[in-house]
Design a protein around this ligand. Structure first.
Ligand SMILES: [Ca+2]
Length: 496
């Protein structure tokens, strides 16, 4: 039997009833604390979903082709779909870096692809590529603040599951950039099943490489992690960044796999009219069987539908946990469609300065704020993501940092017109600008001045008919370029 003296005794202070003013002070303090706690609990969650190389018209709800995306279609029905939403670069790395920092790639320093992987076998990196990506030790400048850090500091639980693509050395990894959790590929693309990039294992959990799930379709893994995270954090505000690598082509050494996305058979069976076949072709300078054009479209569409299913599981869980009404869900593609994608009626695609490389599908849902079923042609960009999420979380933009966007929620809600009037792009020697409804392109793949209000397909070059407009748009580009050159230098590509 325990001696009585071992029983813990609570040494409570002798309670004295406070005097009236003191009592009011205590009461006020309790009320303020209660309101702050309630406010913290009320702050909306954020689920930011990014797909990889998805085409402008590859959404089932558009009815333009046979692709099946029932859950993205649901988001469109319950929220807003944008038709003039742009990313900051026509390929993965800088586009993703920009949405996380709220700054032009030319301002945050990550203005080209990070080739911090073994190059594809037999690939020759040209001098132009070497000039901007000479090493495998690069990443987003560590002085850059990501939106994850701002939300974490504001009390949000933060996680990223999927394609990181912001540098693979430890100092560049998500846990050092304001994310509490990370599971995914550190680089820009993998084989969906082996999780290897051209034979090199590329998955990490937290700061450590892992092969724990080798063999499992990666979209399913990101879904699994997302659901676990939401379950675990349902009582507090959370920021879930879900950047899928679907429907990007697989980075496999196998000629029968590379060059197409990958999807499980159950999703490929949804598109029975497309033949799943290999045809004679070339790989690494030798004869080989490679995916046919039809198979590339099949794998692409099936991988989009598999991703859509994962997104459906996330939306279902938000419903079950009664979180849907207090969660901003955003979806867009990191750049224009490539591989088996369709961008029609836009000109061009991934890696190009035409609209097909830069204008992407976008959906957002926030019940009670964004009216359901809206379609908006307002001019908005991925630069708006950072200020929008910061405002939503009732947090402040970091001091002394120049941001290139603004809070776009009032525009998404249809309350105000977009304040954006211009946007600029540069990819090596290729340049482009949109000023109002005018678009100027100067690139290896073609150039011209186009009136997007009448010619979204950029078919009719008006350079000689409207020289005054051309001069104005080019001068706006030059002013932007000068501003970028004058910005505080950032790595990895510039000396600092
Ligand atoms: Ca991409």
């Amino acid at each position: 039997m325990k001696p009585v003296s071992d029983v813990p005794v609570l040494n409570l202070p002798v309670f004295q009833f406070p005097t009236a003013p003191a009592f009011l002070k205590v009461l006020c303090a309790i009320l303020v604390a209660g309101v702050a706690a309630a406010r913290a609990a009320e702050r909306p969650n954020v689920v930011l979903i990014v797909s990889d190389d998805q085409g402008y018209t590859d959404l089932g709800c558009l009815g333009k082709n046979e692709i099946k995306t029932p859950h993205l279609d649901r988001l469109a029905r319950e929220g807003v779909r944008l038709t003039s939403f742009y990313v900051t670069w026509p390929a993965c790395t800088p586009s993703r870096g920009s949405l996380l920092t709220g700054r032009y790639p030319q301002r945050n320093g990550l203005y080209d692809m990070i080739r911090n992987d073994v190059a594809d076998y037999g690939k020759r990196i040209g001098p132009e590529e070497y000039a901007v990506s000479p090493e495998r030790i690069l990443g987003m400048d560590v002085r850059e603040i990501m939106v994850s850090q701002v939300l974490k500091d504001a009390g949000y639980a933060t996680a990223v599951f999927g394609k990181w693509d912001g540098g693979q050395l430890r100092r560049y990894l998500p846990l050092q950039r304001g994310f509490d959790e990370f599971y995914g590929l550190v680089n820009t693309g993998i084989d969906y099943y082996t999780h290897e990039r051209y034979g090199v294992p590329s998955m990490s959990r937290g700061n450590e490489p892992t092969t724990e799930d080798k063999g499992t379709y990666c979209t399913d893994l990101f879904e699994r992690e997302a659901l676990k995270f939401i379950e675990a954090n349902r009582e507090r505000p959370f920021f879930l960044y879900l950047p899928f690598n679907a429907p990007h082509g697989a980075s496999s050494l196998d000629p029968a796999i590379r060059g197409a996305a990958q999807a499980p058979d159950e999703y490929k069976r949804l598109y029975p009219h497309l033949r799943d076949e290999l045809v004679p072709g070339k790989a690494y300078g030798k004869e080989a069987l490679v995916p046919s054009r039809e198979k590339r479209r099949l794998e692409y569409m099936a991988s989009v539908t598999a991703m859509d299913d994962a997104i459906g599981s996330v939306l279902d869980l938000l419903d079950r946990q009664k979180l849907a009404d207090n969660t901003l869900v955003i979806f867009f593609s990191d750049n224009g469609g490539g591989g088996g994608a369709e961008n029609d009626p836009l000109r061009g695609g991934k890696a190009q300065m035409f609209e097909g490389g830069l204008r992407v599908p976008f959906l957002a849902r926030l019940p009670g704020r964004i009216p359901p079923g809206r379609v908006s042609n307002e001019f908005l960009t991925a630069l708006e993501i950072f200020p929008t999420l910061t405002k939503l979380a009732d947090a402040e933009l970091p001091d002394g940092v120049v941001y290139d966007g603004f809070d776009m929620l009032p525009v998404l809600a249809g309350e105000t017109a977009s304040p954006r009037t211009e946007m600029f792009w540069q990819r090596r020697g290729d340049r482009a600008a949109r000023v109002g409804h005018w678009k100027w392109v100067d690139s290896q793949r073609g150039s011209g001045l186009f009136d997007l209000s009448e010619d979204i397909g950029e078919r009719r070059d008006l350079s000689s008919e409207r020289p005054e407009v051309l001069a104005r748009v080019k001068s706006r580009f030059e002013a932007w370029r000068q501003e970028m050159d004058a910005a505080e230098p950032r790595g990895p590509f510039r000396d600092f």
